[in-house]
Design a protein around this ligand. Structure first.
Ligand SMILES: [Zn+2]
Length: 645
C-alpha cells in the first residue's frame, strides 16, 4: 500500500547512516592524495575501489530458486470473435468499428453478468431483441439499408442502444437534432426520476464522471445531443443532453454521448488520471453506474432476461480481508489477526513481503522466524500471497528483468525512497513466490505490490511467473467496485487471464482505522445494493485499534456478506467469467442453458419475477433461493433449468 516512509523509525536511522557513510566516502576521496609514481608491482597490488556497504542478507542454507525460466509471450490482440457466439436472447453488441475500445465493453458486460455476444453483421444483430451499436452509429460505418433496419428495430419491439450517434438519419429514433462534439464536459447527472435509474440513490451514482474536471478535453469522443424530443435521461454539468432515452413499442432507443468502452478501459487500465473523486476508502462507482444502466436496459426489455450475480452463493457482497505484512513487527502480529479470523470462520489473505535483505526500509525480517509463521497461517486456512521482495516505491519503474532471477542471487537493494538497485519486475515476482512456496507449502497465486506501485508490464509478468490474481490498485482509482480482467501492458488490445481485485478500504488514511468502522460499513452498504467487492487492507504493524476494527467490521457484515481469501473469490470469479448463459422460450416455459468450463460453486442467477422453477438437468442439481436470486450449489459443466413463466 501507499506507505509513508517515516512510518519506519528504522528507515530514518538507516537513511542517516547512509548519508554519513556517503559523506565520509566523499570526504576520503577528496583527502587522499592521488598516487604519483607507484612502481608497477605496487600498482597491481593496489586496493580495489571502496565497495558499496556490504549487503546484509538472510541466507537459507541450501535454498536456491526458482530454477525455471519465466518467459513473457508476445501479445497478440484479442480477436472480437472470442465473444462472437451465443443465442439470440443475449444482448447483441453490433461492432461498427473493431478498431475501438470494444474489449473494455466486453469485459464490463462480463463483469456485470449480462449475457452478450459481439457481431459485425447488422442482420444477425437484429435477430436479438436488445442491440447495442458500438462504438458509433453513423453513415460512415454502416450502409443505408443497415441504418434503415436498425431504425426499424425499436418500432418493432426491440431496444436499440448506441454510443455516439453521429449521423445516419436516426436522429428521430433517438429524439434529437444534432450531435455536437462536447470536449468541455466531465460529469453526467441523472436529473429525472426514471424506473431504469431508480437504483441510483447515492449522490455519486446520481452524478458520475466521464473526464477529469481540470482537463475534460483529455477524454475525446464526448458529444451532446441538441433539442431532445423528451427530457434527457441524463445531462452534462451545463444541462446539455448526455444520455437520451426514448420509449418505443416494447423497448427503448437509448443514445449515449460518450464511449463506454473507452471509459471502462481508463478505469481497468489504471489510467484514469484524475477522473476519480477519491483515491481510496470512499464510494466511487462511475463505471458501475454505466454497467448497471446497461443491465437495467437489458433486464427490462429482453424477452427472457437472466443474468449472473456477482457474489458467491447469492450473498449481498463479497468481503476479502487482506493483510500486507511489510514490517518487522508485522510478522509476529499476523498471528493475532490470523487466530482471531480463524475463530470466526474467516479465511484471510496475507500478502507477505519476502524481505531477506537489510536496506533503507527495514531489517531482513524474512529470516528463520518466518517459516513457522507461514506454516501457522496456512494451518489456520489462510492464503499466503506475495507482497514483493524489496517493497520499492519505484517498482513501477523497474526494468522487466530476464526471467532467470532467483534467490539468493537476486538482491534488490533499496538505498533511498527514490533509488533501488538491482530490482526487476520479474525478480520481485519470482523470488517472493519461490520462497513463500518453499516455506509455506502452499501455491502462491495472488500478488500485491508495495505502495501499490503498478508497472505497465505487471499483467503479463504475473502470467509469466505463474500468478493468477492481482490486487494492485484501489477501487476508487479504478472507478469501479467490481473485479475486472487485465490487459497486456494495461493497454487496449490484448487481454490476459489475470483478474484484478481492487482495494476498497485501507488503514493509513486519517483518522485511525479504529475510528472508521462506521465509514467503512457505509461504503459496504452501498456495495451491497449491487454486489460490489469489499476488499479491506489492514497492515498488522499494530494490533489494538486495527484488530478491533476487524472484529467490529466482520461482526457487522457476517450476516449478509460472503467472506473468503483473494484466491477463493478470484478463482470463483474467473470460473464465473467463463460461464455461457442462454435461454430458449416457448409459450409458457423458459429453458436456461448453462455451460461452465471450470468448476464453480454457489453461482447466483437472477431470473424474471414470476418464473417458477419446474425441473433441472441433471436432476441432482441443488438449487436454493437467496438474496440475489437462485443459487446453484455446484455448477456442472453443462446444466439446464426449466421454468414455467
Ligand atoms: Zn506494503
Amino acid at each position: 500500500m501507499k506507505r509513508n516512509w517515516f512510518y519506519f523509525p528504522f528507515a530514518g536511522a538507516v537513511a542517516l547512516a547512509l548519508l554519513v557513510w556517503v559523506g565520509r566516502q566523499a570526504f576520503k576521496s577528496l583527502k587522499t592524495p592521488p598516487p604519483t609514481s607507484l612502481p608497477v608491482s605496487a600498482e597491481k597490488k593496489a586496493e580495489p575501489p571502496a565497495p558499496l556497504p556490504a549487503v546484509e542478507m538472510h541466507r537459507f542454507p541450501g535454498v536456491l530458486g526458482p530454477t525455471n525460466i519465466s518467459q513473457i509471450l508476445p501479445s497478440s490482440p484479442t480477436d472480437w470473435r472470442r465473444y462472437g457466439v451465443g443465442g439470440t436472447n443475449r444482448l447483441a453488441v453490433l461492432l461498427t468499428d473493431p478498431d475501438s475500445a470494444w474489449l473494455g465493453l466486453a469485459h464490463g458486460l462480463r463483469t456485470i453478468g449480462v449475457p452478450f455476444l459481439l457481431t459485425t453483421n447488422t442482420t444477425r444483430a437484429l435477430t436479438h431483441r436488445v442491440v447495442f451499436a458500438y462504438p458509433r452509429l453513423s453513415g460512415a460505418v454502416l450502409t443505408a439499408p443497415e441504418l434503415r433496419a436498425l431504425a426499424a428495430h425499436p418500432r418493432t419491439g426491440g431496444t436499440l442502444i448506441a454510443a455516439n450517434v453521429l449521423g445516419g438519419g436516426l436522429e428521430n429514433i433517438f429524439g434529437f437534432q444534432q450531435a455536437i462534439t462536447s470536449q468541455q464536459h466531465h460529469e453526467i447527472s441523472f436529473t429525472s426520476q426514471h424506473p431504469l435509474t431508480a437504483g441510483f440513490t447515492h449522490p455519486r451514482e446520481r452524478v458520475f464522471r466521464v473526464a477529469e474536471p481540470k482537463n475534460p478535453a483529455a477524454i475525446a469522443g464526448k458529444y451532446h445531443y441538441t433539442q431532445p424530443a423528451l427530457q434527457p435521461l441524463a445531462v452534462y454539468e451545463d444541462g446539455t443532453a448526455a444520455i437520451l432515452l426514448r420509449p418505443w413499442e416494447a423497448g427503448y432507443a437509448c443514445a449515449l454521448g460518450f464511449d463506454p468502452g473507452y471509459l471502462l478501459l481508463l478505469g481497468y487500465n489504471n489510467r484514469e488520471e484524475g477522473i476519480s473523486r477519491a483515491y481510496v476508502n470512499q464510494f466511487e462507482p462511475s463505471l458501475d453506474v454505466v454497467l448497471r444502466l446497461f443491465k437495467e436496459l437489458y433486464t427490462t426489455t429482453a424477452l427472457a432476461p437472466v443474468t449472473l450475480g456477482t457474489v458467491p452463493f447469492g450473498r449481498q457482497l463479497p468481503v476479502l480481508i487482506t493483510h500486507d505484512v511489510d514490517y518487522t513487527r508485522s510478522l509476529t502480529n499476523t498471528l493475532a489477526y490470523a487466530e482471531f479470523e480463524a475463530s470466526v470462520g474467516v479465511r484471510a489473505t496475507y500478502f507477505m513481503q519476502v524481505k531477506y535483505l537489510r536496506d533503507f526500509n527495514d531489517t531482513a525480517f524474512f529470516n528463520d522466524s518466518a517459516p513457522p509463521i507461514l506454516q501457522r497461517l496456512r494451518a489456520l486456512g489462510h492464503e499466503l500471497a506475495s507482497h514483493t521482495v524489496c517493497h520499492s516505491l519505484n517498482f513501477a519503474k523497474f526494468p522487466l528483468g530476464t526471467g532467470t532471477e532467483r534467490y539468493p542471487d537476486y538482491q534488490p537493494f533499496v538505498r533511498t525512497p527514490i533509488l533501488t538497485l538491482g530490482g526487476t519486475v520479474l525478480g520481485e515476482l519470482r523470488a517472493s513466490k519461490f520462497l513463500l512456496e518453499q516455506f509455506g507449502g502452499q501455491e502462491v497465486v495472488s500478488f500485491r505490490p508495495g505502495n501499490l506501485s503498478n508497472p505497465y508490464s505487471l499483467p503479463q509478468a504475473l502470467v509469466a511467473t505463474g500468478y493468477r490474481h492481482s490486487s494492485s490498485v484501489t477501487a476508487n482509482d479504478s472507478l469501479t467496485h467490481l473485479p475486472f480482467q487485465l490487459n497486456h501492458d494495461r493497454a487496449r488490445a490484448a487481454e490476459t487471464p489475470i483478474f484484478e481485485f481492487p482495494v476498497t478500504i485501507e488503514d493509513e488514511e486519517k483518522p485511525p482505522l479504529g475510528e472508521r468502522v462506521q465509514a467503512a460499513l457505509d461504503v459496504a452498504r452501498e456495495l451491497a445494493r449491487y454486489g460490489g467487492l469489499m476488499n479491506v487492507l489492514i497492515h498488522p504493524d499494530v494490533t489494538g485499534h486495527k484488530l478491533q476494527f476487524e472484529r467490529d467490521f466482520i461482526a457487522a457484515l457476517k450476516p449478509v456478506a460472503w467472506f473468503g481469501t483473494v484466491n477463493d473469490f478470484a478463482s470463483w470469479w474467473a470460473a464465473r467469467n467463463e460461464v455461457a448463459l442462454d435461454v430458449d422460450l416457448s409459450t409458457n416455459f423458459a429453458a436456461v442453458t448453462l455451460a461452465a468450463p471450470r468448476p464453480l460453486n454457489g453461482l447466483a442467477l437472477q431470473v424474471p419475477a414470476g418464473w417458477r422453477l419446474q425441473s433441472a438437468d441433471p436432476a441432482s442439481l441443488k438449487i436454493t433461493q437467496a438474496d440475489a436470486g437462485l443459487v446453484l450449489d455446484q455448477v456442472p459443466a453443462h446444466a439446464r433449468l426449466f421454468f414455467r413463466r
